[in-house]
Design a protein around this ligand. Structure first.
Ligand code: NI
Length: 188
């Protein structure tokens, strides 16, 4: 496995429309392994192949949920007592994904993106959707998604069309986000 370089805004490669995967072979599986390593290291919960410079329709996602069955650690930073649970890995691969039946109802989540580091903003997207995709063996599946998973896959699908989450913001909010990004980069 190898960690890959993550392209960052405004790299023009992030604006490319990714091409379908015609054959799910070992080359693609190696890219996917490397994408997971890159995503976990960043760390992030989703990554599209184009973000590591591979213009193919491949996404990896791991929401890394907290395991509430496990023993938690009681913590009181922030002034109130709460419990942190260890996270579990739930790696998901979506090859040639398509969104079907997006809900009319919208949900808003604060989004971020490894290609637009340290910038977060609320984005409205269909609250639920169905996804059709191929797995690591090239088998086709369909699945209904909701909550963070529905949002995450729509964010990652946008990458395949050359769209970034900041493109969904009002001009004012987008300009504010880009100004902040510029400032953070100058400070770094
Ligand atoms: Ni992203």
């Amino acid at each position: 496995m190898a960690k890959l370089e993550i392209l960052e805004f405004p790299d023009p490669r992030l604006r490319k429309v990714a091409a379908p995967v015609t054959c799910v072979d070992d080359d693609i599986r190696t890219i996917i392994d490397n994408m997971f390593e890159t995503m976990y290291d960043a760390p992030g919960i989703g990554l599209a192949a184009i973000q590591v410079g591979v213009p193919k329709r491949v996404l990896v996602i791991d929401l890394q949920p907290e395991d509430e069955e496990a023993e938690g650690e009681v913590c009181n930073h922030g002034g109130h007592e709460h419990v942190h649970y260890p996270t579990v890995k739930e790696p998901r691969v979506f090859i040639n994904p398509e969104i079907l039946d997006p809900a009319e109802e919208l949900a808003s989540y604060q989004e971020g993106c490894l290609s637009v580091p340290d910038i977060f903003a609320d984005v409205d997207r269909p609250a639920t959707c169905r996804v059709r995709y191929q797995d690591l063996e090239g088998e086709t599946h369909e699945e209904d998604l909701e909550g963070l998973m529905a949002t995450c896959i729509q964010h990652e699908m946008d990458h395949l069309e050359g769209i970034l989450f900041i493109d969904h913001l009002s001009r004012l909010k987008r300009n504010m986000a880009l100004k902040k990004l510029k400032k953070l980069r100058e400070a770094a």
